[in-house]
Structure formats: C-alpha cells, structure tokens
Design a protein around this ligand. Structure first.
Ligand SMILES: Cc1ncc(COP(=O)(O)O)c(C=O)c1O
Length: 379
C-alpha cells in the first residue's frame, strides 16, 4: 500500500522549538508572556498594523467573544453564511441568539450579497428588529465579496464579524482577509495555514475592543486586589507555549502560502483536460486566495462518475479527500433556523470535493491524486 496522503498536515519550520525553549528557560509556562505578545504583534504587522490582535485558545473562542463584543444577547438574530464549518455558527447558539443562514454566490462560494440584503429586510419585517451581526466566511481561503457585503452592512448599520479562519494570507484587491470587518477571526488549528497546535485570534479595530476581549478571555476579573467579578468570563487565552509555536510558524507563513498556491496551480494544469472536473479558481484578478484547500466540482454527466465515486476511489488508494462543507441550513441541529437562498450551497455540497493541499505534499503526491481522478472507471 502506498503512503497515506493527508488532506492538510501541519508543517514545522524549525524555529518553533527555539521559542518554546525560551518559554521554559524563563518559566513563562502560563497563558500570557513574551511569546503571546510577540505573536500578537507579528500578526497585527502582517494583517494591518492598525489592528489589535488578541491571541486566544481557538478560532471558535474568538467568534464567541467577538459576538459578545458586538453586543449579541439571548433572543437576538445573527446572520451567518450557511456554507461553512459549524464553528462559524455554534457561538451564536452559545449566546442564546438565533442564527439566520444566507446562501452562497457561485463565483466565490461565499455569502451572496443579494440574499444577505433580502434576509435583513425580511428579518426586519418578521422579527421586528435588525440582526445584531453578520458573519461572512472566506471559505477554503477564497475571499468573500467584502466590498458588497460591507456596503450592505453599513447601509443597515449592522457590524460584520469576518470569519477568516481559513484565509490567513488571502487578499481582496491587495488587502488581507481578517481586516475588513469590525472584527476578524483567525484559526491556528492543526490543519490551518499556520498552527499553534490549537488556537485562534480576534482581530480588533480598536485598543478598547482588544482590552475587552482580553478581559472576557481571562474570567472577567474586575480591577481589585481580590477576585471580584461583575460579568461572566471565560478561560480563552492562548498559552505562552502555543504562542511560541505560532511565533516560529510566522517565519514559514509566506512559504506555506506560496506552496499551497503552487499546489493549486499544478492541480489546475493536470486536471484541465479531464471532462466534468472543474478546479475552483479566483473569480478575477481582485481575488488572491491562499488556496488553503484546492477544491474541485464533479459534473458526473461528463466525468462518468460522481464526487462520491472519486472520494471512495481515493480512500481505496490511501488518499484523504473530503466533501465540501455541508451547509448549516441542512444540519439537523439548525433545522429551525431561517434560510435565504436558491440552492447554490446545496449543489456545491453535492458535487464538490477538497483535495490534499498541505505544504508538505510533493508534486508526485499530486500526480497520484490526479491519476485517481482521471481514471476512466470509477474504481
Ligand atoms: C470557517 C471556520 N471557522 C471557524 C473555525 C474554528 O476554528 P478553531 O478550530 O480554531 O476553533 C474553523 C476551523 O476549525 C473554520 O474552518
């Protein structure tokens, strides 16, 4: 049996251990310290020096605190892109608020501005108030159409929390994802562009927001010599050990992005003449995805096989692939949530597949994947 090819493995650049050792040597083995400060600073320099970045225990924690910062409370409605991982929407429920799901547009696969506006107007009619926040997602690294989304959000004065968990390094007309909304979310989970083994960050516009994030992330402790609390808090800070990994990973971020884009280009080249297979592309020069994962759509009428045929054939060849995210409005747990759309994300889910795309993938690995896709028979 050939070696297993994984969807997206972490890759250490080499300097991570230097920063971890520094933390041990100085006994900063706590959820704050020099690695946390330096990691936050380098993320803020990377994204937009005007932004204030707070490192947290997970991207999910960042979404949770972000929604709190935007004032989301029990009974409020929050608009969320339906085509995403459950972590984009779960924190809405943590707060006792209600998700309202919006479908995707066909070119970016992200939040469709037309359905966004329809949802806002309809919720105003039906719920009698505006949604409290909007969560667009840059899925698989592809920037969402932030100009149109921000214009609508501004028109109705609804803040945007931008889920850039998969999009570190992606750009829309030269501006990096994570810096468009009032707040932005990053993830450093094991399979992301860079990892801290597990972690995330909230990107804030103001220092005040960053301070409030830190306050809620450290059990909401009031300014008093004893432990005094006027708010419910959380234990969401990133440890100085994990931040050491993150500091090291920042040295290889550009390399990782370049390699994932190269992998996407090679798939595009090798799959270009295979009937019924389309590789997801930047819709125009304005978009510059990090291609966190390269995704294909399978039109079985021309390919002679379905997405599932290909996934099973890959599995038999010891290659990990994954269907595109199952939209949130189709998830049993969100069955009662309102949805605005026309079936685009459902169709993408039916025919889409994520291909192995991690930075350690070799060109020969990619050829092995392409061989399975291009076989005449499904098995
Ligand atoms: C789109 C999206 N949002 C949020 C998250 C949550 O990030 P984390 O796993 O760091 O909690 C992830 C990844 O896991 C994700 O892919």
């Amino acid at each position: 049996m050939n070696n297993r090819i994984w969807l997206s493995l972490a890759h250490m650049g080499g300097r991570e251990q230097e920063f971890i050792k520094g933390a041990f040597d100085t006994n900063w083995v706590v959820p704050l310290g020099p690695n946390v400060d330096a990691f936050e600073k380098s993320l803020s320099d990377y994204l937009d020096a005007d932004r204030h970045v707070v490192a947290l225990s997970a991207g999910t924690a960042a979404i949770h605190l972000g929604l709190m910062l935007l004032g989301v409370q029990a009974g409020d409605e929050v608009i969320c892109q339906s085509f995403t991982f459950a972590a984009s929407a779960n924190p809405i429920a943590y707060l006792g608020a209600k998700p309202v799901f919006v479908d995707s547009e066909t070119d970016t696969w992200n939040m469709d501005p037309v359905f966004l506006e329809e949802a806002i107007k309809d919720r105003l009619r039906k719920a009698g108030k505006l949604p409290k926040a909007i969560i667009p997602v840059h899925l698989y690294g592809m920037p969402a159409g932030m100009d149109k989304i921000m214009a609508i959000a501004n028109r109705y004065d609804i803040p945007v929390l931008e889920d850039a968990a998969e999009a570190l390094g992606s750009e829309l007309h030269g501006k990096r994802c994570g810096g468009f909304g009032e707040l932005g979310v990053l993830s450093f989970n094991g399979n992301k562009m860079i990892t801290t083994s597990g972690g995330g960050a909230l990107v804030c516009r103001t220092e005040e927001e960053a301070k409030r994030t830190m306050f809620f992330a450290t059990q909401a402790r009031d300014a008093a010599p004893h432990y005094q609390h006027s708010h419910i808090g959380y234990n969401y800070r990133m440890s100085n050990i994990c931040a050491g990994i993150g500091r090291g990973q920042m040295f290889v971020l550009d390399e990782h992005i370049a390699r994932r884009r190269e992998i996407h280009d090679l798939y595009t080249l090798l799959l270009k003449d295979i009937p019924g297979i389309t590789v997801m592309q930047n819709p125009s020069d304005e978009y510059n995805s990090n291609f966190w994962l390269t995704c294909i759509l399978v039109d079985s009428r021309f390919a002679g096989k379905t997405r599932e045929d290909i996934r099973l054939a890959m599995d038999a060849e010891n290659i990990e692939t994954r269907p595109l995210w199952k939209p949130m409005h189709l998830q049993p747990v969100f069955a009662d949530a309102p949805f605005y759309g026309n079936g685009t994300s459902e169709h993408l889910f039916d025919i889409g597949l994520c291909l192995p795309s991690g930075p350690t993938l070799t060109d020969d690995d990619i050829r092995r994947v392409v061989d399975v896709i291009s076989r005449k028979n499904s098995h």
